[in-house]
Write a protein that binds this ligand. Structure first.
Ligand code: 0RA
Length: 684
């Protein structure tokens, strides 16, 4: 508060105050070159009218850009006081217009919530204006006073009678201070609209007389920030209810007052993924948030988690909802009004008043809980969206962890276990997926390094079968199935390694065949039950979207390693399986022609023949030396490859895989000894 000592001393202080403003205008009003300061001049005056409205005395504000480059702001409030100020020997109006922060002198405790963008008062606008005319309607009279560069041209005088009350200020910003003094209609409209949203019921009109088609725009929102949220969502995709309408008939609107702090909040969710949160303190936006936003976020997270727990929505997914999941598609306006806010800087971009946090949290917590309870059908769908976001985040986290897991990828981006081939193109190259490290060792040594790559897999890979049929039956969409399948696949180290080796992206929903690093993908497993199982698991993986594209385009093959080796002198003959061994013996012995096949005698002789021959049985690929592996399984000249193909009846294939790889253990066991997918003899 001002301390009146003597008239002279005070006058000097006033002069010094306005000189300071003129000397460093940027400090008081913002940048004087880029237009922000110029428009803050307008906002400062409008804010004073808004204050008058918030005090309950003003309903209408008119803003007009005039043809002589001046601007007029008019309101129907009480009018700036006109009585003589005893100490100053000046009218109160003149004092308010010429003294820095002089507004406070006339304050009642409730007055001046807004306090202007910089809280500097209209005297700053006056100081930086070449010309300012003030007209006051009050006490049945019309008063007038004019200023030039902040100094009164003459004392306030009565110029007539008036039945109205209110204040009208017309000013021309100083060309010595501002690089440009041309007002931008759009910029002003944006602020006027914002103020109309933030202060429900106040009517603000705008008129630009320099526009060819002169028309008055009117901004009045009885719904306040609720209408603001609707406005922010106009062009956004809606979450639809079962009738195809916006799930939110209107946004949620919450309000409360605690310890002199007024809190208003409106929010809704749209179908998008980004967040749109606008926070205001005393009509000023905080782009960097602050304590009010922190309080809001804690309350929101708490209420959502409480709701999810009370309705048992989390347990079956083994999930926790985080703030980021709630943010997706949220639009919210949070507006608080507080007597003496503290900001981190002059630009008021961040609120730091610490008491605000708990107060906002308490109010939002209480009101939002009530809103959720009163709107169960909206709450249910919003929760489903949030839980889906949490699931997706979980998938992404697993993917990240897999990529980071030690040794998963070398710097080349390829798995360390992969023994790559020298040729760097798809055409003519082959990837052998090999069961076990020992077989991998033989394959690595026996292969043709120029075009054959080897990837050893350790043991049984994860069964990646996802019951698509069931997912669909529960009324969920294909995305759910894909998320589930993807989540399952990338949870396995071995599978991520495989996908990386193939040159594909583990997180991508689509495959571009051009990315594939090899022309043939050859599954090479032992010729025993375990081998068949691993082969089935690999085929199950390749049957999942999007990897089934590789089967569809004929990239996937099965190697056929032999089970027996017969040594005949210096020659070696390799035999695929028991049946082929039997045929081989029969063909080479005339004796068998006379004995009935399958009889006791037949078996006796057969056993006798076998014992006389030198037959070696391979227990697994690992028992073959590199040369044997090359001769039997790797060499394109002699090997026997099977191409994996879907049969004509794809539905039947899939239902077979479903039966065999699904949850039924007994059926799965059958699969281990049989082939689920049709294979056709290719080479030979
Ligand atoms: C100081 C005291 C009072 C009102 C105002 C200033 C006032 C300033 C502006 C600026 C634009 N429009 C305005 N309207 C009001 C309170 C006056 C009283 O107590 O009667």
């Amino acid at each position: 508060m001002k301390n009146n000592t003597s008239y002279q001393a005070d006058s000097i202080k006033v002069l010094k105050g306005l000189e300071a403003v003129k000397k460093r205008p940027g400090m008081y009003i913002g940048d004087t070159d880029d237009g922000t300061g110029l428009h803050h001049m307008v906002y400062e005056v409008i804010d004073n009218s808004i204050d008058e409205a918030l005090a309950g005395y003003c309903k209408n504000i008119n803003v007009k850009i005039n043809s002589d480059e001046t601007i007029t702001i008019r309101d129907d409030g009480r009018g700036i006081p006109v009585d003589m100020h005893k100490g100053e020997k000046k009218s109160a109006a003149e004092v308010i217009m010429t003294q820095l922060h002089a507004g406070g002198k006339f304050d009642h405790d409730s007055y001046k919530v807004s306090g202007g963008l910089h809280g500097v008062g209209v005297s700053v606008v006056n100081a930086l204006s070449e010309k300012l005319k003030l007209e006051i309607n009050r006490d049945g009279k019309k008063y007038f006073i004019e200023f030039a560069n902040g100094t009164a041209k003459s004392a306030l005088k009565t110029i007539g009678k008036s039945k109205e009350s209110g204040t009208q200020i017309t000013f021309l910003p100083s060309k010595e201070i501002f690089s440009s003094t041309k007002f931008n209609g759009k910029t002003i409209i944006k602020r006027i609209r914002e103020l109309a949203f933030l202060n429900k019921g106040i009517k603000i009109t705008f008129n630009d007389l320099n526009q060819k088609k002169e028309k008055e725009l009117e901004f009045k929102y009885d719904g306040g920030i609720l209408e603001f949220v609707e406005f922010l969502n106009e062009k956004k995709e809606k979450i639809k209810n079962k009738n195809g309408n916006d799930l939110f008939k209107r946004p949620a609107y919450l309000e409360g007052k605690k310890e002199n702090i007024e809190i208003e909040c409106s929010l809704k969710w749209n179908a998008g993924y980004s967040e749109d949160l606008l926070a205001y303190t005393n009509n000023i936006n905080q782009k960097d948030g602050g304590t009010h936003v922190l309080g809001f976020r804690s309350a929101l997270t708490r209420v959502i988690n409480k709701y999810a727990n009370e309705h048992n929505l989390l347990k079956k997914n083994k999930l926790a909802i985080a703030g980021d999941d709630i943010k997706e598609g949220l639009s919210c306006v949070l507006s608080i009004k507080i007597p003496d806010p503290k900001f981190s800087s002059q630009t008021k971009d961040k609120l730091v008043s610490s008491e605000v946090r708990t107060i906002v949290e308490t109010v939002i917590n209480e009101k939002l809980s009530i809103w959720f309870d009163q709107n169960p059908s909206i709450a249910r769908i919003v929760l489903a969206k949030i839980i889906q976001a949490a699931l997706a985040r979980d998938v992404a986290r697993k993917a990240r962890e897999n990529v980071r897991r030690k040794g998963a990828l070398e710097l080349s981006g390829l798995p360390g276990k992969l023994a790559d081939c020298q040729i760097g193109k798809q055409e003519g190259t082959e990837l052998f997926i090999v069961e076990g490290d020992s077989a991998g060792g033989s394959a690595k040594q026996g292969r043709n390094r120029s075009n054959q790559a080897v990837l050893p897999l350790r043991g049984k890979i994860l069964n990646t079968y996802v019951e698509e049929l069931n997912v669909k039956k529960n009324g969920n969409k294909l995305t759910d199935y894909r998320t589930k399948a993807l989540s399952k696949m990338i949870s396995s180290n071995e599978i991520v390694t495989l996908i990386n080796a193939l040159g594909l992206d583990p997180k991508s929903q689509e495959i571009d065949l051009k990315d594939l690093r090899y022309g043939k993908i050859i599954i090479m497993t032992d010729a025993d039950v375990d081998g068949s199982h691993i082969r089935a698991l690999l085929l199950t993986f390749f049957n999942n979207k999007p990897f089934n594209k590789l089967i569809e385009h004929g990239y996937v093959y099965l190697a056929q390693p032999p089970l027996f080796k017969i040594n005949k002198g210096t020659k070696s003959i390799y035999i695929k399986d028991e049946k082929e061994l039997e045929n081989f013996i029969l063909q080479n012995n005339k004796v068998f022609k006379k004995i009935k096949r399958g009889s006791k005698d037949f078996q006796k002789f057969l056993d006798k023949e076998k014992s006389q021959m030198s037959i070696q049985r391979f227990k697994g690929l690992g028992e073959m030396n590199p040369e044997e592996l090359w001769n039997t399984t790797l060499d394109p000249e002699t090997r026997n490859l099977l191409q994996v193909q879907y049969s004509k009846d794809l539905k039947k294939d899939q239902s077979l895989i479903h039966t065999l790889m699904g949850n039924d253990v007994a059926l799965r066991k059958d699969f281990i000894t049989s082939n689920a997918i049709n294979v056709k003899n290719l080479d030979i």
